[in-house]
Design a protein around this ligand. Sequence first.
Ligand code: C2E
Ligand code: MG
Ligand code: MG
Ligand code: MG
Length: 279
Amino acid sequence: LAKQNGKNHHEMYTSTMNINTSKTFSLQNDLRKALVKDQFELYYQPKVDAQTNQIVGAEALIRWHHPNRGLVPPDDFIHLAEELGLIVPIGEWVLRSVCRQLKLWQEEGYQSLKVSLNFSVRQLLQTDIVETISTVLQENRIEGKWLEIEITESMLIEQEAETLKTIEAIRQLGVHIALDDFGTGYSSLGYLRKYKFSTIKLDKLFVKDVHINEESAAITQFITNLSKQLNMNVVAEGVEYEEQLTILRQLKCDELQGYLFSKPKPVNEFEKMLNKHIL
Ligand code: C2E
Ligand code: MG
Ligand code: MG
Ligand code: MG
């Protein structure tokens, strides 16, 4: 009997595995077709000036409209896109869409809006990435200074010399570079010495309890002080409560981003906020 149970158990296990594998497989196939089927959309989340509450910029965040699964968040497919080598064309689509949108907003009179987008390491390692960015900027007739590329620390470890050169060349185009999710990775101060970031994005992790945890507040203060000295802006991510807002202002964060102000929104809804200008 025991043997039989064991066998049944094994069969059950195998069939579950098959289901999972075929699920992943179909997701892969769907992802391969998503670009041509025009299933991606960029949502925009406002960044507000910590002192005035005015919208000063936005972060573009990708969404995938899957025909059966509905709206798929990036954490569920970016990793797969990286594995499949699809992140390069997807990333280029993001870059083009952001620049086209920026131009439209500028034409509508929002002339000092900065927009940031997220990069994957694979994109940064593309040999023609600087040329691509430069071309897209020219095609849309926008200055590099309105664009910011968010990268994470983990991206700086691989092929350091190449990455450093690429980031410098992107900076030469006037494009800003932000260090995303600061505090969650290696957070090596050495990176701050070596790379010239315009912005540090303080991770949600610290923001979460900055109003009740002295350590989080102290670390935030350290980062904002250091950033002043190094001429960088500090953006706090994941601001959800008034209490966090109050302390982040006191600690001299420059900009704030989070559900307290707005979730990431489709273009038309983001524009409604822009029209009001003050949230
Ligand atoms: P990220 O760049 O750190 O983006 C911030 C994430 O935090 C976003 O999740 C945003 O919706 C979420 N968030 C914003 N405010 C709050 C808040 O107050 N509370 C909480 N709990 N969360 C908040 P999202 O849009 O799901 O994106 C997740 C990650 O996917 C991003 O993290 C980024 O690493 C990646 N990603 C998004 N779009 C792209 C893209 O176009 N290309 C690449 N390579 N990665 C992307
Ligand atoms: Mg980001
Ligand atoms: Mg982040
Ligand atoms: Mg992240």
